[in-house]
Design a protein around this ligand. Structure first.
Ligand SMILES: [Zn+2]
Length: 473
C-alpha cells in the first residue's frame, strides 16, 4: 500500500462516526478479556514461584546466597497474590464506573452549576468544557477513594513485611492529597484546551492536537523537573567528592553534557534504589542518584550504573522513544477524531445528545441517563481508550521489546567503557537490595518487564566482553 493510500484510508475512518455497534458489550468484553489474559500470564508466574525445587540460575551461583534467593521469590509470590486480588477488584470497579458514568455526569454538572451560582451570586450554567472538568474532578475523587485502601495495604502491609516501606502514614496521606490537588490543577487546563481544539480546529484537528501534545510533553517535563519532583523529594548536590570526580571524568570521556549531580532522598519512601538523568534534548543534563544506591554500592559500581545511563543517552534511546510516542499519539487521536462524535457510542452508554436542550445536562442527579446538548468529549476519550484496549495489550509487548533491546545496548556501552565487571556486581547488589524476583516466567517477563532479567543481563554482558576481547586479539 502506498503512503497516499494509507492517508486516504485514514480519511475513510470518518464514517466510524455513524457506525453503530453494541459498544457497551464490546467494552465490557474487552475489559474481561484483558483481565483474563493478564490473569493467565500472572498465574504462570505464580505457579513458577510456588515450585519447591527452584534452582538459582548458573550465572548467579556463588553471587547470591540461597537465603536471599528464597526471600526474593517469597516477595515475588506475595506481590503476585496481591496483584491477583487487586486486579480482580480493579476489573469489577472499572466495569462499575463504566456503567455509572451518566450518573456521575449528572451529579457533577448539577452541583457544579449550584456551586458556581453560589460563588457568582447569580444563576449560572456551566458550558460543555466546564462540565467536562467538573465531571473529571468528581470522577477522580471517586477513583481515589476506591483505590486508596489497596495502595495503603500495598505500602503498610506488603512492602512493610519485606522491610521496604519507609513511609510514615502522615507522608502517605499528604502524598495522596498533594497528588490529587496536582492532578486537578494540571488536568483542568489540559481538558480546557482539548475541548477548545476540538471545537475550533475541526479542519486540521490532528495537526493542532499534535502541537498540543508536544507542548504538553515539554511543559510537563519542565514542571516535573522544577516543581513536581521537589514537592515530593529533596534534591541535594552530591557531596561525595570521590564519586563526583569519577562521574565528571566519565561524562567528559563520553562527551555527556553534564550540568549537575544530585542526590535524592528516595529512602524517605522506600529502600528500593535507582539512578537516572534528566534534561531536554540538546540541553545540559542533570544526573540524579538515589541515596539508597550510594549507600548500597561502591563508588565504582555507582559510576558503572551511570555508564549504563549515559549509554541510553549516547544511543539516542530517549529521542527514539519520543518519536515513537509522537506517532502513537497521532494515530490515537486520528482514530479518536473519528469516533468522538459517534452518537450511538454515547447513547449505548447512557448519554443522549439533544441539541435543543439549553444546559449541558437536562437530567437531575440520581438518574443514570444523561441528556446533553453536545458531545461530552472527555467521556468520548475515556470510552475510546476502553474500546482500543486490545491494541494496548499488543502495544505493551512491543514497547517492552524495544525497551529491553535498549537496556542490552546500554549495558554493552558501559562494558565498552571497561565497566562491565563493576556493572555486573552493581546489578547484582541492586537486585539483592530491591529483592527483585529471580525466577521469572518467559511470558510474564515479555508482558511486564521493560528490563531483561538479571541472569539475562549478566549473560549478555559476559558474552559481549568475551566477543570484544576476541576482536582485540
Ligand atoms: Zn537502563
Amino acid at each position: 500500500m502506498s503512503f497516499s493510500a494509507i492517508i486516504n484510508s485514514f480519511k475513510g475512518v470518518d464514517s466510524f462516526n455513524t457506525f453503530s455497534l453494541p459498544y457497551k458489550k464490546l467494552i465490557i468484553g474487552f475489559t474481561i478479556f484483558n483481565f483474563l489474559f493478564e490473569r493467565y500470564v500472572s498465574f504462570r508466574q505464580y505457579k513458577l514461584l510456588q515450585k519447591k525445587d527452584k534452582k538459582l540460575p548458573k550465572v548467579l551461583e556463588g553471587k547470591i546466597d540461597t537465603k536471599k534467593f528464597e526471600e526474593s521469590d517469597a516477595y515475588g509470590l506475595a506481590k503476585s497474590k496481591f496483584e491477583m486480588f487487586s486486579s480482580t477488584l480493579g476489573v469489577v470497579l472499572s466495569i462499575a464506573t463504566l456503567l455509572i458514568q451518566p450518573f456521575v455526569w449528572n451529579y457533577s454538572v448539577f452541583y457544579g452549576d449550584k456551586i458556581l451560582s453560589f460563588i457568582l451570586r447569580r444563576e449560572y450554567h456551566m458550558n460543555l468544557i466546564a462540565s467536562n472538568i467538573a465531571f473529571f474532578i468528581l470522577f477522580t475523587l471517586i477513583s481515589t477513594l476506591t483505590s486508596f485502601p489497596l495502595s495503603y495495604y500495598q505500602h503498610f502491609v506488603l512492602e512493610e513485611k519485606f522491610g521496604f516501606n519507609k513511609m510514615t502514614k502522615k507522608l502517605f496521606f499528604t502524598d495522596l492529597i498533594k497528588t490529587n490537588l496536582l492532578v486537578f490543577v494540571l488536568a483542568s487546563p489540559i481538558i480546557y484546551l482539548l475541548g477548545w481544539i476540538l471545537k475550533k480546529c475541526t479542519d486540521n484537528f490532528i495537526f493542532y492536537i499534535w502541537l498540543f501534545v508536544l507542548f504538553l510533553q515539554v511543559t510537563m517535563f519542565l514542571l516535573n523537573d522544577l516543581v513536581i519532583q521537589p514537592m515530593f523529594n529533596k534534591f541535594t548536590p552530591l557531596d561525595n567528592q570521590e564519586l563526583k570526580d569519577k562521574i565528571d571524568a566519565l561524562a567528559k570521556e563520553c562527551g555527556f553534557p553534564l550540568s549537575k549531580i544530585f542526590m535524592v532522598d528516595g529512602s524517605k519512601r522506600s529502600s528500593h534504589s535507582n539512578a537516572y538523568f534528566t534534561g531536554l534534548p540538546f540541553m545540559k543534563k542533570k544526573i540524579v542518584i538515589f541515596d539508597t544506591l550510594i549507600k548500597d554500592s561502591s563508588v565504582d559500581e555507582v559510576v558503572a550504573v551511570l555508564g549504563h545511563e549515559i549509554g541510553h543517552w549516547k544511543m539516542n534511546h530517549i529521542t527514539k522513544m519520543l518519536i515513537f510516542s509522537q506517532i502513537h499519539f497521532a494515530v490515537f487521536f486520528k482514530l479518536f477524531e473519528s469516533v468522538y462524535k459517534n452518537e450511538s457510542l454515547f447513547s449505548n452508554l447512557g448519554f443522549i445528545i439533544d441539541r435543543s436542550s439549553l444546559k449541558t445536562t437536562a437530567t437531575l442527579p440520581g438518574s443514570n441517563i444523561a441528556v446533553i446538548n453536545d458531545y461530552p468529549f472527555l467521556i468520548g476519550l475515556i470510552l475510546f481508550s476502553q474500546l482500543i484496549q486490545p491494541t494496548d495489550t499488543l502495544m505493551s509487548f512491543c514497547l517492552n521489546l524495544f525497551s529491553r533491546h535498549n537496556e542490552y545496548e546500554a549495558d554493552k556501552y558501559a562494558a565498552d567503557l571497561g565497566k562491565g565487571e563493576k556493572l555486573k556486581t552493581a546489578l547484582i547488589s541492586l537486585q539483592v537490595a530491591n529483592l527483585s524476583t529471580i525466577s521469572v516466567d518467559s511470558l510474564f517477563s515479555m508482558y511486564h518487564y521493560s528490563h531483561p532479567t538479571l541472569p539475562e543481563r549478566l549473560e549478555a554482558i559476559d558474552k559481549h566482553i568475551i566477543a570484544s576481547e576476541k576482536k582485540e586479539n
